[in-house]
Design a protein around this ligand. Structure first.
Ligand SMILES: *Cc1c(COP(=O)(O)O)cnc(C)c1O
Length: 427
């Protein structure tokens, strides 16, 4: 583990070149790796020696970037995936099979909700969705004998609800299962979930980690703290020999620190192939090198926007966990006192029509299905991603017809506020 501060890890962790080696993480743009004997390669296949043989499983560029994210989260092992969707799928599917059950927060990202409630349900895995602000009793009541994991988002996209990680970790551990959290929005610069009891962290690196809308990607990090061997009947995939991988028992061979990620690489990456391109890992690393500088700027700009629109005569409501008086303010202060994220949601008075007018008036902010970019971007779900829904259906889905999702970038705040003001003038 690194002894450096997070800001130094953003730049250096994961790769220390030897004398004469490239200063930057090299892009190993090769599908395969050469060996001088079949025996040497055989040892890799048996997981007896370390080394690379095929980029679908592992690639040195991606592994170095994964090691940096691992250091930032304070974990024991990490892997990159081709997208955030793949990261969340692998993190859950690594310990769940048909007939199993997962407890998940109901306010998670729509893509993850669909993955769980529709696609993984078709694979025979059941999910119970709970209100993240439910009582401990309600949370405990959601568990079943076949529950294998608990899942939540540290700051929900786009609901902006801060997860009470300690409450969720306590309930998960009382039932002998790990807590998996998606930490995409705060990033480890603002929040390190392992320090509050989470066991596994996932990311859509597409967002702040990349930060420049270059590459879709994901990551999974293990804290190494969940003891699978206490529950061998519940987690046979980690605690008994894997016949599809030369009879390896992951917890025995790789310990608690390495079992989860090794299994996800050699089974799930092998079979599903959601591998990031080495070039994309390289771009991700460039983004990570400034994550500790960009996050405070995103947060300061977002707070300034939230305070500004809160008192604007044409704005009906605003939601931002870093804003005094917001329902999520207390949890945000507890878990991420240094800042939350750069996404703010608000409603323009006059509903759907007014919101559409406001969107058309924006000049600096780009209309885009994206968040967490250096460039301010904005989405009106009712006229884009959710446009097939009626106002009543939108309300039921928790997306009001007037809702604007503003991902505040790192431009000069004066220009961001001026753009919002002139667009609000047109409404
Ligand atoms: C975007 C997002 C995802 C999905 O990630 P992709 O990289 O788009 O596949 C998952 N979780 C959260 C919180 C997200 O914002």
């Amino acid at each position: 583990m690194s002894n450096h501060q997070p800001g130094t890890d953003c730049i250096h962790a994961g790769y220390v070149p030897e004398s004469g080696e490239p200063r930057n993480i090299p892009i190993i743009q090769s599908t395969t790796f050469r060996y001088s004997t079949s025996e040497a390669m055989g040892a890799l296949f048996d997981l007896e020696a370390e080394g690379y043989f095929y980029t679908r499983l592992q690639n040195p560029t991606s592994d170095r970037v994964a090691a940096k994210i691992c250091a930032l989260e304070g974990g024991t092992a990490a892997m990159l995936t081709s997208s955030g969707q793949a990261a969340n799928f692998f993190a859950v599917f690594n310990i769940c099979s048909a007939g199993d059950h997962v407890v998940a927060s109901s306010t998670i990202y729509g893509g993850t909700f669909n993955l769980f409630a529709v696609t993984m349900k078709r694979m025979g895995i059941d999910f119970t969705f709970v209100d993240p602000n439910c009582s401990e009793e309600e949370l405990n009541a959601a568990f079943r004998p076949n529950t294998k994991a608990v899942f939540g988002e540290t700051i929900a996209n786009p609901a902006l609800i801060v997860l009470d990680v300690e409450k969720f970790a306590k309930a998960a551990h009382a039932h002998g299962v790990p807590l998996i959290v998606d930490n995409t929005f705060p990033t480890p610069v603002n929040f390190r979930p392992f320090e509050y009891g989470a066991d596994i962290v996932t990311h859509s690196t597409t967002k702040y980690m990349d930060g420049h809308a270059n590459c879709v990607g994901g990551a999974i990090v293990d804290s190494g703290s969940f003891d699978w061997t206490k529950y061998p009947d519940k987690y046979p995939g980690l605690c008994t020999p894997d016949e599809s991988y030369h009879g390896v028992t992951y917890t025995e061979r790789f310990g608690l620190g390495g079992a989860f990620i090794t299994k996800a690489v050699v089974q799930l990456m092998r079979d599903f192939g959601a591998t990031p391109a080495p070039m994309n890992a390289y771009f991700l690393n460039i983004g990570l090198e400034t994550l500790h500088l960009r996050m405070p700027q995103h947060c300061a700009n977002a707070l300034a926007v939230a305070r500004h629109v809160k008192d604007h005569p044409k704005v009906a409501w605003v939601s931002y966990p870093g804003l005094e008086g917001d329902p999520n303010y207390a949890l945000a202060q507890k878990y991420m006192p240094g800042g939350t994220c750069g996404v703010v949601t608000f409603g323009v008075k006059g509903g759907r029509t007014a919101a559409e007018k406001f969107m058309a008036g924006l000049k600096l902010a780009s209309i885009a299905t994206h968040v967490a970019d250096a460039k301010t971007c904005v989405l009106h779900p009712a006229s884009s991603t959710h446009r097939q829904m009626s106002d009543a259906e939108l309300e039921a889905a928790g997306v009001s017809p007037d809702l604007i999702r503003l991902s505040v970038g790192i431009e000069d705040i004066k220009d961001i506020l001026a753009d919002l003001d002139q667009a609000l003038e047109t409404v």
